[in-house]
Structure formats: structure tokens, C-alpha cells
Design a binder for this molecule. Structure first.
Ligand code: ADE
Ligand code: ZN
Length: 308
């Protein structure tokens, strides 16, 4: 087995619970329960909007450059342990300004942590910035501007968050990225249906789709995704947790891979979704009989779709 590629991984949802606890202690922050209980979504969480608040405890402790640096460097070490040779991590710098960091301070801290991790492990990395659906379009524009300005360390732009909010209001931010040649991925077809994926493609110009697992009922959409070789960054364990799919056996990764779509497999959030790529591919093997051949197809798809 050669190395793995992970394209869809959120930094704030992938901080080790022990690190959340250690950072809280260092910062004099009293956690109301053990970090693992606060940061890992339980099996019955059942929706994206109920899943997302489990990321908040990590955000509480990731308000200093030192904390962001540590989280990023540890993620790279965790990737190495999971046989990842290239990982793209994404985060929303605008959520890390509560204690005075600027967007650029947050980006610098994560980039330095990733560089440290790469120097220690040889794992190559890319950094994406996330706009958030529930925020004002002006905030997204600032994030896109930072992404374009910091192209030295930023490989792409994303739209994340609660999919009950439409993507169209954020169009100007994504136009800014396109104007600068910065590639774009959009979370869509996770909590909402095919119309949200069409919006990601036609309004926001997404070259990859985060999850996209609810695209299946729309034959024209599947044709479009296949024709344009749009990678679907599926995260099967997370998709089951958030009830984007009702059960692993109903996950479309197997069907769509066989139909020639550019399916990739990621964790989304290693801590919040409580998973690794090892666990994801083991689940796909147990459910669909995947062997090394299917994993290899997914890794080739991911290599082709990488932004950095
Ligand atoms: N942020 C972290 N995980 C996410 C997900 N699965 N969907 C949207 N935003 C997210
Ligand atoms: Zn995600």
C-alpha cells in the first residue's frame, strides 16, 4: 500500500482531546466535562447542525498562535500515523480572533505548525481557508482576500458550516478567489439536496465538492460531476453521524466510484467524527468488500484533485 491523500480535514475538529485538555489547563480554562466528552460527537447526533457545536470546545482553546501551531503540527503527526503522505487541512481564521489574533496571525500560526510537522515527518500539506455559511458575506470577502493575499501558504478556499444557509450570498468572495486563480471547494449535498450542489458548481464555481453525498437522486447532476471530473470529498463516518446518509450500507461512495465519479475518502474531523482513514477504509471494506484496488482508485482520484 502506497501513501494516502486526505483532502478534507478540519483543523478545529481534529485536535486531540488530550491536547484540548492540556491547552485548557494552560490557559486557566475550566472545562465542564472531560475533553473527549465535549469534543467527540455521539453516535446518535443525527444532523449536521447538531454535530457542529462539538467543535466549539476546540475553538475555545485555539485562540493563541501557540495553540494553533501545536494543533497543526500534531495533525501532521497523526496523518503520518494514518499513512497519509499528503494532507489538506482547512480552518476558518475568522473564528480565531477572540483574543486578538488577526486573520494573518492565525494563518501564520497554522502554516508554521504545518511546516514544523512536515519537517518532522516528511508528510506534505496544503492549507485551505473556510468561509462560513451563517456569517455575513463581508466576512467571507475578508477571508477570501486573506486567502488570495497569502497564496504563499494558502492553496484554496472553502465554504463550510450549516447547510441550511445558502451559498449564493457568498458569491463575491468566491469570485475574488476565481479572479486570482485560487481553486475552490464547497461543502454541499451534505445536509441539503442536489440544488445545493448545483449552486456550489454554477454560482460558486466549485472544482471539488465537500461530501456531495446527496447528489444521487439527480441524474443530470451526476452526469455533470462525472463530465467535469468534480471530486467528491466524501467522509463516510461523518456522513453517517450527521445522517447525510442513513447508514454505511447506504453510502453512495461505492456506487459512484463504480459509475466513474471522482470519489475520494476523508475523515472531515478526526476528533469530532472520531475517525481515521484506517477506520474509514476498514468500514468501506467491511460494508462493500473494498480491497486495496478500490482504495487505490480513491487515492488516485484524490491525488488528481489536490489543490497544493
Ligand atoms: N465543519 C466541520 N465539519 C463540517 C461538516 N461536515 N460540514 C460543514 N461544516 C463543517
Ligand atoms: Zn467538512
Amino acid at each position: 500500500m502506497t501513501g494516502r491523500y486526505e483532502l478534507h480535514c478540519h483543523l478545529d475538529g481534529s485536535v486531540r482531546p488530550d491536547t484540548i485538555a492540556a491547552l485548557a489547563a494552560e490557559q486557566g480554562l475550566d472545562l465542564p466535562a472531560p475533553a473527549r466528552q465535549l469534543a467527540v460527537a455521539p453516535a446518535g447526533v443525527g444532523s449536521l447542525h447538531a454535530f457542529l457545536p462539538y467543535i466549539d470546545v476546540a475553538l475555545d482553546v485555539l485562540q493563541t498562535p501557540q495553540a494553533l501551531h501545536r494543533a497543526a503540527a500534531e495533525l501532521v503527526a497523526d496523518w503520518q500515523a494514518d499513512r497519509v503522505v499528503y494532507g489538506e487541512v482547512r480552518f476558518a481564521p475568522q473564528l480565531h480572533t477572540r483574543a486578538g489574533m488577526s486573520l494573518d496571525d492565525a494563518i501564520d500560526a497554522v502554516a508554521a505548525g504545518l511546516a514544523h510537522g512536515t519537517a518532522a515527518t516528511g508528510v506534505r500539506t496544503g492549507l485551505l481557508l473556510c468561509c462560513l455559511r451563517h456569517q455575513q458575506p463581508g466576512v467571507s470577502l475578508e477571508v477570501a482576500d486573506a486567502a488570495v493575499r497569502r497564496r504563499d501558504v494558502v492553496a484554496g478556499l472553502d465554504l463550510a458550516g450549516d447547510e441550511r444557509h445558502p451559498g449564493t450570498p457568498h458569491r463575491e468572495a468566491f469570485d475574488l478567489a476565481h479572479g486570482a486563480g485560487l481553486p475552490v471547494t464547497v461543502h454541499a449535498g451534505e445536509a441539503a439536496g442536489p440544488a445545493s450542489v448545483w449552486e456550489a458548481l454554477d454560482v460558486l464555481g466549485a472544482r471539488r465538492i465537500g461530501h456531495g453525498v446527496r447528489s444521487t437522486g439527480d441524474a443530470a447532476l451526476l452526469d455533470r460531476l462525472r463530465r467535469d471530473q468534480i471530486a467528491l470529498e466524501t467522509c463516510p463516518g461523518c456522513n453517517v453521524l450527521t445522517a447525510a446518509v442513513p447508514a454505511m450500507a447506504a453510502h453512495p461512495a461505492d456506487r459512484l466510484l463504480r459509475a466513474g465519479l471522482r470519489i475520494t475518502v476523508s475523515t472531515d474531523t478526526r476528533t469530532t467524527a472520531g475517525t481515521t482513514l484506517d477506520a474509514e477504509f476498514a468500514a468501506l471494506a467491511a460494508t462493500f468488500g473494498w480491497t486495496e484496488a478500490e482504495e487505490r482508485l480513491c487515492q488516485d482520484n484524490a491525488a488528481r484533485a489536490a489543490f497544493a
